[in-house]
Design a protein around this ligand. Structure first.
Ligand code: SF4
Ligand code: MSK
Length: 645
């Protein structure tokens, strides 16, 4: 087997599997996301600053932030309006994506409850009943399926316009809910907030940029405390509550002698049935007949995170690995659902024997084979797709196969319930450790990869700086793969943490970086923050917490960032959002929000500097709670600064 050193590609990523496969892609004549980023240079300055507008056909317009060119669009919109509208529409798109994902799970729950599918069953009746109680549904003497049907019917109202308040938002501390009430940002109906956001930002409606952004907040909250939370909670009820378990990561999880199937996208409905179908004896026998030892599943992006959390299925990689997994030449089939799937994977697959199969009618890919997913016939469809992969194995070209690295171990499965169980059933031990200063605070590092940033450098450097300063890190989404591949998510990584955090991790047998799940599972962070705040009798904004999205690219990340800040958690973005064309919007996001929501955004591409900002913030919050605190101004920059690109 050719050994690809990947020399020449080390600027693109911190990981050897990426370097090697970029070199192989070059040799195989395959174009990647990094090549296309280069072809796009220079990217539009107006769009980067958020001051271009193509909302109507009097435009497209642009406002020159440096004052030389036009200062208003044809309709008279200035930079503040244009930037606010663009940002608000990003929030609506991201919130809609998560919430529509939640809707699909909700429909599946309804079908299960009505006995219209046997593809799924209720895997966690306790969670189902807890949710039913939150929605005021009597559960006594009722069968699980009846509860599921009534609960699903009730949650469907969350998407409509009859609610004044989303029920799951009542999990937030009272003080937080009062802020949302006072600012008219308490989320009502999920679809309602998103549609209203699109309405307000069409030409000639809401021309007050602050008012636009306030509704952006409400829209994001309908995602965080609505659509995404519904997706997480109902997935747990249907597919099972994640519990701690070991798994593995990187392209080394692909097996040269197995039929390899990549599960890519976000929605676990399909991947759950593929996981079950891959155990089917008939298909396993067929795999053997075709010369394979077995059937191997590996995840990419958040579908990967979902099956990793619940089933321990290994992850081949995060967002920037989707093309490179195919470049190994060892993938028989990539099955995709929706979100974060580059259309380019179809072209990449053409250079190998890999089949790309799309499955959701709302997410088709020209050139891919489409097998329409229907939860009422889920298992038949799952088996059909696995069979396609097995039958494709003999077409594999041995000379093109290159699995470049050995896989790395990691620990997954930290649902909030699992964390509480590890703590003895209450958050009190975590609170005690924070009070004593053993753990100084906690930070959620979330979000994507972006080829503008050296892959995984932002995630891993920030994580290392935080844990070595006794700050517990929780991860979701693509940040998980970054930290997992870097060896930060095994119990032994406690040795890389500061003495306080290390001692807590060793006592509990957990890593200093806990995997909480997929992008919609960022709501687990909200639930944990709310539980801590409610136990202490304070608002979330009083807690020594922060969020970070060092390498985000997606509109979904904008929605997540907005609901995290609006929930009272300071958030540092690594990739620059397209807002810098409006100094007013920037000032509001980085300063003004503090007086209203008790938290702000910061933008800092250098993870070492981001760590300093976060540590200073955490120490300020500790001081505010009268906990032993370090003088924030004494926390300086570490010596090394990093080349990010
Ligand atoms: Fe131009 Fe105004 Fe139309 Fe936007 S809405 S494209 S700024 S005329
Ligand atoms: S998959 S949204 S690239 S985290 Fe959720 Fe990764 Fe970001 Fe997609």
């Amino acid at each position: 087997m050719t050994v690809f050193s990947g020399n020449g590609f080390k600027k693109n990523s911190i990981h050897a599997d990426t370097w090697a496969m970029l070199e192989k892609a070059r040799q195989d004549g395959v174009e990647t996301v990094w090549d296309r980023l280069e072809q796009q240079q220079p990217q539009c300055g107006y769009c980067s600053l958020g001051t271009s507008c193509r909302i109507c056909t009097m435009g497209p317009c642009r406002v020159d932030p440096f004052g030389d060119g036009p200062q208003k669009g044809v309709c008279g919109a200035d930079a503040d309006i244009i930037v606010a509208r663009n940002l608000a529409r990003m929030i609506a798109a991201g919130a809609s994506a998560h919430s529509d994902h939640g809707r699909d799970i909700l429909e599946a729950l309804y079908l299960v409850g009505e006995g219209k599918t046997d593809t799924y069953k209720i895997n966690d009746p306790a969670k189902l009943k807890k949710l039913a109680a939150e929605y005021g549904i009597e559960t006594k003497g009722k069968k699980d399926l009846k509860i599921a049907s009534e609960l699903a019917w009730e949650i469907m109202e969350d998407y409509g316009m009859r609610r004044e308040k989303l029920p799951l938002a009542a999990r937030a501390p009272k003080a937080r809910q009062e802020i949302w009430e006072k600012t008219s940002t308490y989320p009502r109906g999920i679809d309602r907030e998103n549609v209203e956001m699109l309405h307000r930002t069409t030409m000639g409606v809401d021309n007050d940029w602050v008012n636009i952004l306030l509704h952006g907040v409400r829209t994001s909250l309908s995602d965080g405390w609505g659509g995404s939370m519904i997706a997480t909670e109902l997935s747990d009820a249907l597919f099972g509550l994640p519990t701690p378990k070991m798994s593995s990561m990187n392209l080394g999880v692909l097996k040269a002698d197995h039929v390899n199937i990549i599960l890519h996208g976000h929605n676990p409905m399909l991947s759950e049935v593929i996981a079950a179908a891959s155990q089917d004896q008939e298909l396993l026998d067929l795999a053997k007949e075709n010369g394979a030892t077995g059937i191997n599943l590996a995840g990419v992006c958040c579908t990967g995170n979902e099956v990793l959390m619940r089933r321990g299925i290994p992850m081949a990689g995060n967002h920037l690995m989707q093309e490179l997994a195919i470049v190994t030449g060892a993938v028989e089939l990539m099955v995709v659902d929706y979100q974060c799937i580059m259309p380019s994977v179809v072209e990449t697959a053409k250079c190998y024997h890999t089949k790309v199969v799309s499955t959701f009618d709302k997410a088709k890919f020209p050139g891919a084979e489409h097998v329409s997913f229907d939860p009422q016939h889920g298992m038949d469809i799952g088996k059909k797709i696995v069979r396609m992969a097995v039958e494709n194995f003999p077409k594999r070209v041995g000379a093109k196969v290159n699995i470049p690295v050995e896989s790395v171990q990691m620990m997954t499965g930290f649902s909030i319930e699992a964390i509480l169980q590890a703590l003895g059933g209450t958050p009190q031990p975590l609170i005690d450790a924070i009070v004593k200063g053993q753990i100084r605070g906690a930070v959620g590092i979330v979000g994507c990869n972006n080829p503008k940033i050296k892959q995984d450098l932002g995630h891993t450097e920030l994580t290392k700086r935080l844990i070595e300063n006794d700050i517990l890190v929780v991860v979701t989404g693509c940040a998980t793969v970054a930290d997992g591949k870097a060896g930060l998510m095994v119990p032994e990584a406690a040795d890389k943490a500061g003495p306080g955090l290390s001692a807590v991790c060793k006592a509990l047998g957990i890593p200093p970086v806990l995997h909480l799940g997929s992008c919609v599972d960022n709501t687990r962070i909200l639930v944990l923050a709310a539980a801590l705040a409610n136990t202490l009798g304070v608002d979330i904004s009083a807690l020594p917490l922060a969020g970070a999205a060092p390498e985000w690219y997606s509109e979904k990340a904008v929605a997540i960032g907005a609901y995290v800040v609006a929930s009272g958690i300071y958030t540092v973005l690594g990739t620059t959002p397209p807002v810098f064309g409006s100094p007013n919007v920037v000032k509001l996001l980085t300063e003004g929000l503090d007086g209203v929501f008790g938290a702000t955004f910061a933008v800092e591409p250098d993870p070492n500097r981001a760590a300093v900002l976060i540590r200073r913030h955490i120490e300020k919050k500790r001081a505010g709670l009268n906990l032993p605190a370090i003088d924030p101004d004494s926390i300086g920059l570490p010596e090394a600064e990093l080349a990010l690109v």
